[in-house]
Structures are given as C-alpha cells and as structure tokens.
Design a protein around this ligand. Structure first.
Ligand code: ATP
Ligand code: MG
Length: 635
C-alpha cells in the first residue's frame, strides 16, 4: 500500500501520469489525446479529445456482468413504498425517459430543469439527460418559487420536469403548484413541463399545451432504445446552483470526462465502494452530494445505490440503521446535522440493528464538531470519516483515504488533502503559506483537478472574479473557508472567511467558539454570531439547543446553564471568546441543506432585516431567535 502522502505527492508532481492511470477506471469511446490542457488559466480542460458518456459508464457498461444486480433501491418512509431496479431495468427506464424528452424536443446541449422529490423518476431523468447530452439542472425540491424562477432564468431550460407533490414528515408538499408560480415569475419559462403524478395532489391544475403527463407519455415509449451520445470530455454535463448560504447562488458547470474519472477514483481510494456493494447516501438529489454520491459515483462503480425519501427520525430514529441492516449497506454518507438530530434521540436505536456490513460512515457538508464526531464513532464502533468539499469541487478536497492508506482519524478533522488538489493555507494579509497551527485561507493552486467546476454557467468572467481574485499576488482558487494544519499534517476547517468575529482586535472564527460551546455536555448544537459592540467592536452571541431541555424550565436553570457554557468557552479558548449571552432555543435556523443561517441570526441580533430567506428550512426557527433576543432584552 502506498502512503497517502506519497499518493498525493505523485498526483501533483506527476499530474499527467497520475490522472492517465485514474482515467482507466472509466470507459472511453474515443481515447483522449491530452490529459490536461491548461493553456488558458485558470480554466482547466481534462482528457481533451476523449469521448465518453456518464450514463454509459453508470449503466450500459455494467449490463453484461451485473444486469440482474440491483442498481437503484428506492425506500420511502413518506409514502411507504419500496421499489428496486436492476441495472437492466434501470437501463430500460432511462432509455424510455430519454425517448420521452426527445419527443418533447430536447436535444444535446439543451437544459432541463428537474424539480422533483426523491423518487426513482428523478434519477431516470438525470441519467436520461446525461445519455443524450442534455444538461440537467436539478433544483432542490423545497426551494421557494422565487428561488426556482431565478434558477430557471439563469439556465433557460427547454423542458422542466416535476411531480404533483412530495412529502415531508408525512405532510404533502405541492411541487406542481409551486412550479406554476415559479413559471409565472420567470422571464424565460420552458415550453413544456413534464409531470409525474404520484396521486399526492388530486386537484392538480394542468396548463393546456404546456403540461404533459409523464405516465401517459411513458406508455408510448415502452421499450424505447436510445443510444448514448458520445461527448467530448469537456462538454457540460450539468449545472448545479450552490446552496446560497452566503448569498447569490452561482451556477456551477461541470464537465463529463473529468467528473466521471474523479468520481470513479474517489469511490476507489476514498469511499472504498466496490462493484456489487451497496452505498447509502442520505442527501438529496438536489444537492451536489446527491448528484455525486446517490446517482453517479455508486453506479459508475457498479454498486447498488439507495434513494431514501424521508427523514432520519420517522417512523423512529432507527430507520437509517434498519436500512443499513436490511440492505447490507457497506458505505454510508450523511451530514453532521443529521447526526446531531440523532444524538438527541435514544441511543438504543443504534444498538438495535446488525450493522456488520457497514465499513465506514462519511460525513460532510458543514463542520463536524468534535463531541458529535466522538459520539457517533463510539456509538457505531466504526471509523467515521469527516470530509470537506464544496458544490464547486464535486468531490472531496480534504479526507481520509482508507483505500490508499488507513490513517488514524483525529476527531474534528477531515484529515488530509485529497489527491489532485494542490491545497495551500495562505495568510490573508500577504498570501504567504501559513505556519503549522496558523489560521489561514484554504486555497487551491490551479489547475483544479478533474471533476471540479469548469466555469460559472454562461459567465466565465464571474468564475475568475469570484473564485480566483482573493489574492492580488497570484491566481489561486479560494474556498472562502478558514483552516489550519497541525504539526502532524491534519487539517481543520474553522468556518467561512466571512464568519469571523473581531473581538477587540482578536479575530475569532464562529466555528471555534461553536466548538467550544458544544463541549458542554448538555449542548446538542449551537450557532455563534458576532454582533456590534460599542466597546469591543464585536462580541459573540451564542444560540444553543440543549440536549436535556428540562434544565431550562426556570430562569434560574437557564442562568445556570448559561454560566456553565461561558465557563466551558473560557476554559477552551479563553475569556476573549466568551459569548456576551447564551440564548436557548429548541431549533436553529438552517438552510434546506442543513447549514446554519448565521447571516440571518446576526441580522436579527443587530436589529436588521434578515434578507432573503427562501432557502430556510423552518421559519419557526427565526421566530425563536427573535423571541430569545426579546426575552433577554427584557430581562
Ligand atoms: P453558497 O456557496 O451558495 O454560499 P454553500 O457554500 O453552503 O452555499 P455548498 O457548496 O453546499 O454551498 O457548501 C460547501 C461549504 O460547506 C464549504 O465551503 C464549507 O464552508 C462547508 N463544509 C462542507 N463540508 C465541510 C466539512 N467537512 N467541514 C467544515 N465545513 C464544511
Ligand atoms: Mg460556498
């Protein structure tokens, strides 16, 4: 076994031969003539001249060997349904969906916006687009009409796909009605809307001439055969908008060949998922994690992928572990926010099921605080791997790579730079490399490796300006996250570069303080924001969710826990980081992808308007923040 360090070194110093080797993990219809064309920095072209197809790699090439193996298993605890598709069946469904789209005029290069719940048809649609060279843009089903309209106007789709409804916590969510509203708001609506009726909205209105019924059209394309379009490696495969946690979402454009290779390499060296095995990624197809690790990567690797429609605590908090047991899941991928939800539940659920098939649990999407990392590692008694990446990169930037070398896990750390990424920690002031344990901007020296975004959709200038203009001295990609590297080479992400609190000249990351607050045994999760302070410039405010809320029933109880939390922070970071107040809530305002909306909390705390909140999961959470602030002000 090579060491992770050596593997990484070779990927940077011997870039072309490294990636030529990884490229053999996927099928090329026509071999590439050059591994990398970097003649127009910072735009990188990978596997130039090569022709391939994501759908062929995900389905067709497996048919001979694993046609009867399950490819896609759909489990819905929302509508109590399970469906399983073998590779052969999925191949047939995808061809049918491709034929349906073609019959509605979709051609290579056309955009197709997919606004669908977590049902197999959404996966058919994505793979069908990939098959015919149409560019999909999946929008998370849950974004409000205005957010959807903005994405439609940016992508200008030929066709839009939706369903009558979805379901969340047993409550019907009307998708089609929301699409209708978005299309009224949009300046560039598509000509046709294809709707999969689940029977969740019996009164669903249909627009004559525009709306097409999925099932009726499908009946006419039974048994359709649609060949794969061979695409040059650098042609676009999809557009995906970033979550919008920090503001205006950006249309991330991805290629075909580089993405296929990066995903295949990541399955082998990071996730350790092999053909015939099963992967369970609890994300949503509307996020990048869903694109890469529900749909494309597991199928490219010949695995069975699980598509789960539901929440982690319904019918009870054991549901995910039951799926792991029943489906013999080998690789699981989830998010820290979900684990923190489970941490508030009875731990007995984790012991109830046979989890022997599971090798690793991977977590990404936001900082994994040390107490949660410790808790889940002990509860599962398996390696829990924190890994760090972005919509922009499409696959991990920092991670342990057990497929290369089994390095020890450090709690709270996403380990090391992944192969292909020339990662640097650069000091904000002078762009000089930071010393060990010195906080700096996480940057990637271009070219970005295969699989990363090729550009911002329709706006090359914005790509360069947004991502490569942080430092005047040199053109490097900024992640907009803070990080440190310890003396042993382990990295820690300290939060976003715009989430910094300046207390009397000391710059503190919100994440560091949150981590310290979470060290208190009765804190399940928390958010820290900086608010203006006449004396110190800024002061941290903490909003915390207690594990055991009974202690908070009285003002004395609240004051006691607040005092204890402050002492915990003092001990971890020093009194400089001590929050001015600790407010207790039962819910934090989060985006639909589970990220804390610090911006909105900060605005409320400073008496400003919280701004665009269309990505918020539960508006009730903001109400709690408002009330908590009011209560303290009155006290
Ligand atoms: P936008 O860019 O539109 O504001 P977003 O950054 O939330 O939205 P994503 O691409 O989904 O959109 O999230 C990537 C970000 O999530 C990273 O830049 C980082 O801040 C955070 N993140 C992801 N994984 C981790 C991790 N393992 N540890 C710490 N932070 C993480
Ligand atoms: Mg981002």
């Amino acid at each position: 076994m090579a060491s992770v360090k050596e593997f990484h070194r070779r990927s940077i110093e011997d870039r072309e031969s490294f990636w030529r080797e990884q490229a053999a993990l996927v099928h090329w219809h026509k071999p590439f003539s050059r591994v990398l064309d970097y003649s127009r920095p910072p735009f990188a072209k990978w596997f130039v001249g090569g022709e391939t197809n994501l759908c062929h790699n995900a389905l067709d090439r497996h048919l001979a060997e694993r046609g009867d193996q399950a490819a896609l298993v759909y489990v819905s605890t929302e509508v109590n349904e399970e469906r399983s598709y073998t590779y052969r069946e999925l191949h047939a469904e995808v061809q049918r969906a491709a034929a349906m789209m073609q019959s509605l005029g979709v051609k290579k290069g056309d955009r197709v916006v997919i606004y669908m719940p977590m049902i197999p048809e959404a996966c058919f649609a994505m793979l069908a687009c990939a098959r015919i060279g149409a560019i999909h843009s999946v929008v998370f089903g849950g974004f409000a009409a205005a957010s959807l309209a903005a994405r439609i106007d940016d992508a200008r789709p030929k066709l839009m796909l939706t369903a009558d409804g979805g379901s969340r916590m047993g409550k019907v969510v009307l998708y089609k009605a929301l699409v209708d509203e978005a299309l009224r708001l949009a300046k560039h609506p598509p000509e046709k809307v294809l709707i999969y009726r689940r029977g969740l909205d019996p009164n669903m209105p249909a627009a004559a001439g525009r709306d097409v019924d999925w099932k009726a059209l499908a009946a006419r394309h039974e048994g359709a055969q649609v060949p794969c379009a061979w695409l040059e490696s650098n042609e676009p495969s999809y557009i995906l908008y970033t979550s919008g946690t920090t503001g205006q979402p950006k249309g991330v454009q991805r290629d075909v060949g580089g993405y296929a290779v990066a995903l295949a390499a990541s399955m082998k060296h990071i996730f350790c998922g092999g053909p015939g095995e099963t992967m369970f990624t609890t994300s949503d197809i509307g996020w990048v994690v869903g694109h890469s690790y529900i749909v494309y990567a597991p199928l490219i690797a010949g695995m069975t992928t699980i598509l789960y429609e539901g929440v982690p605590i319904r019918p009870d908090a054991g549901i995910w572990w039951k799926i792991v047991q029943d489906r013999r899941v080998n690789v699981m991928f989830s998010a820290p926010t979900a684990i923190r939800v489970l941490k508030k539940q009875d731990p007995a659920y984790l012991k109830k099921y046979d989890l022997s098939s599971l090798r690793h649990l991977f977590l990404a999407g936001e900082p994994l605080d040390e107490p949660t990392h410790v808790w889940i590692s002990q509860a599962l008694d398996k390696p829990v791997i924190d890994h760090y990446w972005q919509t922009e990169t499409g696959w991990p930037i920092l991670s342990a790579m057990p497929g290369v070398e089994k390095t020890p896990i450090k709690f709270g750390s996403p380990s090391f730079p992944v192969f292909g990424y020339d990662l640097q920690l650069l000091r904000e002031v002078d762009a000089e490399p930071a010393a060990a344990n010195e906080k700096a901007v996480v940057a990637i020296v271009p070219p970005l490796p295969p699989g990363c975004m090729s550009t911002v959709w329709g706006d090359d200038a914005r790509f360069v300006k947004t991502y490569f203009s942080t430092f005047s001295k040199m053109q490097v990609y900024s992640t907009f996250d803070w990080g440190i590297r310890d003396a042993e080479g382990y990295y820690f992400i300290l939060g976003r570069t715009d989430d910094v609190i300046n207390v009397a000249g000391h710059r503190l990351g919100t994440r560091e303080i949150e981590e310290a607050v979470s060290m208190h045994p009765n804190i399940a999760e928390c958010a820290v924001v900086g608010v203006q302070d006449a004396l110190k410039g800024q002061m941290p405010l903490a909003f915390a969710v207690a594990k055991d809320g009974s202690k908070l029933a009285t003002p004395q109880g609240r004051a006691q826990l607040e005092k204890e939390v402050m002492e915990t922070v003092d001990k971890q970071l020093g009194a400089i980081a001590r929050p001015r107040t600790v407010h207790f809530v039962t819910l934090l305002p989060k985006t639909r992808s589970g990220k804390t909306l610090r911006r909105a909390i900060q605005a409320l705390a400073e008496g400003r308007d919280p701004g665009d909140l269309t990505t918020i999961e539960d508006p009730g959470a903001l109400e709690q923040i408002r009330n908590a602030l009011k209560e303290k002000a009155a006290a």
